[in-house]
Design a protein around this ligand. Sequence first.
Ligand code: ADP
Length: 484
Amino acid sequence: MTYEKVLADVPVRLRIGDGWREAAGGRTFPVTNPADGAELLAVADASPADAVAALDAAVAAQAGWAATAPRERAEILRRAYEEIHHRRDELAALITLEMGKPLADAYAEIDYGADFFRWFAEEAVRIDGGYKVSPNGRGRILVMRQPVGPSLLVTPWNFPLAMATRKIGPALAAGCTVVVKPAEQTPLTTLALATILEYCGVPSGVVNVVTTSDPAGAVGALLSDGRLRKLSFTGSTEVGRLLLAQAAGTVLRTSMELGGNAPFLVFDDADLDAAVDGAILAKLRNMGEACTAANRFYVQRGVADAFAERLAARMADMRVAPGLEDGSQIGPLIDEAGRAKVGALVDDAVGKGARVLTGGAPLGGAGYFYPPTVLADVPGDAALLAEEIFGPVAPVLPFDTDEEAIGLANATEYGLVAYVYTRDLARALRTAEALETGMIGLNQGVVSNAAAPFGGVKQSGLGREGGPTGIDEYLETKYLAIEL
Ligand code: ADP
């Protein structure tokens, strides 16, 4: 397998209905490799009218897809799960080429992403309803679940495969047709995924893919179209707010996976080696470009220096290199804007008195590389404590009491995930109950799992993806009142 061949196999057009077509006027936009800034491919640049054509196809296919046997939908998803694994080398290369992460991380994403198809294949045949005697004894209450309808799935660039499968899996399992709009930085993996779904028997019009350099135009056209019934979005809180406001216009069902500002709490009774291992995962998986990335490390004063030093030693040792290079552990950031933001946040903290233990400045040369960075003595007003860093930068701050740690952890508008390291079970449970997040990693640095409900509270989002409730996001509840 060569990378040229992988790229040559990507259909660079729009997937609409039963075929692949050019965008209006034959317009295209470039997709570049963040490891060197070079253009990989030009893909179709959909206009708002192209997006509406995709919705036309989804609407036309909706009734037929909703009427398929759940087992049939399940088996298509199961086949797609297997086919993703079968094509894992080609998919991993595509993910790394367009997104930058090391190949090892791309393979990990494939396992994680494919799992959503396996999980929702299993859930498709377990959609249930209810039958109950009404309190007066005469009535009967019959509850059925039906697909919500044509759904728009807007995905980010940081997990080009998994963010698509996490939405397509439950939507298809529930009987919804979809229009997928991948991020403009990483459309190639989604296009490859569409070929897999086609190959595995997804009928025409059930999965449509619209690539565009004008997300506001394409998404806006669909959100204002009354035939769309659902929006599932993963991305920044800023864009999420905009889309929620637009979704109000047509009273859309919404699932929103937005930004995070994850606290990583290390108590003085923690296994410090395990905490450092977990910190490496929670911080450096995907170069820190994850909404679940640990953003703030609060460490109890007695162990704070030891933790920061050990973390810095480990992070300084990581190999920063293009993701396709052997042994790469840290790839480039997604683009110059992403790297500039990380640089500005570090400079702000250092300007306010933070001490650099390792890293601290962008790397020269081609590509958007920023080295793993640990900052100690970070002042409370540093911007990176309030904002999502989205890069390999770990600010470490000491705390004294459990109450103080919990207060600091909760002092944010975000509430996606928190990480807690302690060997004291009561302390762990007390802390977990008090943390205002949708997920908590207890003595572990990764929480993502297709079998678990992923999602946040506060301004980190609405709804849950994965787990036993993930399919509910794509189902309506209809109730029949029956008087005997
Ligand atoms: P990030 O800041 O991580 O790039 P964004 O929230 O900007 O995250 O992007 C997530 C997804 O939202 C992408 O698919 C992007 O194309 C899309 N998007 C960005 N801006 C808008 C917008 N104004 N309207 C609709 N979709 C948007």
